[in-house]
Design a binder for this molecule. Structure first.
Ligand SMILES: [Cu+2]
Length: 356
């Protein structure tokens, strides 16, 4: 439903921008010819990039000005038109069953060929077949039971990052529990404490450099018993990751396969940022400032306003955006080699589309 709405918004916006029809056809460049589907993007992070020099010349010796422009244009068009479609969408709500008053969730760790760009699949480690894993959402005071089954070829365990839990439930092998070996199931159970509302995460705490960057991560959102966030019309979770899956990704996809965020003019949006990667990602929103109200789930003593929010590994931020400015506004990591090269934008790039 959300995806369909967003696609409709993108098409509408494409018409506004005049990006459909003759303009697009005129480039004569197909997405497949850009290397967008063939591994060049995954390599972007590790290679120095051609840097535009003064006077309009570039160091990308094998491209003409028009070729470079065409690659930049084609990537944006694929994003705006919604044609950079991929299989699999992570971060959708995880259903639960009730056992008395206990909310019972199930997560299965497995190996998935994950498509982070059209036609570009990489071996991912996933919860329930997707990365980010499904979003768990509960309320302060809830008791949760989470059955974790390991179908990976290596052991694992799940850490509930940001939640105050009994030590035996903290998910660190050999400190708090034995590793969950392949074929085994481990059951976590804890009650969410009052004061622990906010934007949290769950992820592997075993061989984490490989397991988390390959996709064993997800959002764990705790609603407060008594609402204490500013009133907002819609919210989006923004999971940042870097590593073998998609190079640099937002919610498990790389630009132009990233999903845009949409809003209607006048609405207030709550963004929940979390960084599951190995690097700092300063997220920069064009057009409208962000008002940061919470860090790591805790309400700040005083909110602050910014347009570039530095999200370090492990950190979470909750920020409000008042959608006052219609248009498509770039929204990207400002470590530039996570976002834009001589081939155009890639990786940690999306947009906030504000409709009239
Ligand atoms: Cu970055």
């Amino acid at each position: 439903m959300k995806t369909l709405m967003e696609r409709v918004s993108r098409r509408r916006f494409a018409r506004l921008l005049g990006l459909t029809g003759a303009g697009a056809a005129g480039t004569g460049v197909a997405l497949g010819g850009l290397g967008l589907g063939a591994g060049s993007v995954a390599a972007e992070g590790g290679h120095p990039h051609a840097v535009p020099a003064m006077g309009g010349k570039t160091q990308a010796k094998e491209m003409t000005v028009d070729e470079m422009d065409a690659m930049h244009q084609a990537g944006v068009e694929a994003f705006v038109n919604g044609t950079a479609t991929t299989e699999g969408l992570g971060g959708q709500p995880l259903p639960f069953e009730l056992d008395g008053h206990v909310k019972v969730f199930r997560l299965t760790c497995g190996v998935t060929q994950w498509e982070f760009l059209p036609g570009k699949r990489t071996e991912a480690f996933t919860y329930n077949g997707v990365t980010p894993g499904p979003e768990i959402r509960v309320t302060e005071g809830d008791t949760v039971r989470i059955h974790v089954t390991n179908e990976l070829p290596q052991s694992t365990a799940v850490h509930w990052h940001g939640l105050v839990v009994p030590v035996a439930m903290d998910g660190v092998p050999f400190i708090t529990q034995p590793p969950i070996k392949p074929g085994e199931t481990f059951t976590y159970e804890f009650t969410i404490r009052d004061g622990n509302a906010g934007t949290h995460m769950y992820h592997s705490h075993y061989n984490a450099t490989e397991q988390v960057t390959k996709g064993l991560l997800g959002a764990f959102i705790v609603e407060p018993r008594t609402p204490n966030r500013p009133v907002h019309n819609r919210e989006y979770t923004v999971v940042l990751n870097d590593g073998p899956i998609g190079g640099f990704s937002i919610n498990g996809k790389s630009f132009p396969a990233t999903q845009p965020f949409t809003a209607k003019k006048g609405e207030t949006i709550l963004f929940r940022f979390m960084n599951e990667g190995l690097m700092i990602h300063p997220m920069h929103l064009h057009g409208m400032p962000m008002t940061v109200v919470a860090q790591d789930g805790y309400m700040l003593p005083r909110e602050y306003v910014c347009d570039t929010l530095n999200v370090a590994p492990g950190q979470r931020f909750e920020a409000l955006v008042h959608a006052t400015e219609p248009g498509a506004w770039a929204f990207h990591c400002h470590v530039l080699n996570h976002a834009e090269s001589e081939h155009g934008m890639f990786g940690m790039v999306t947009a906030l589309i504000v409709e009239e």
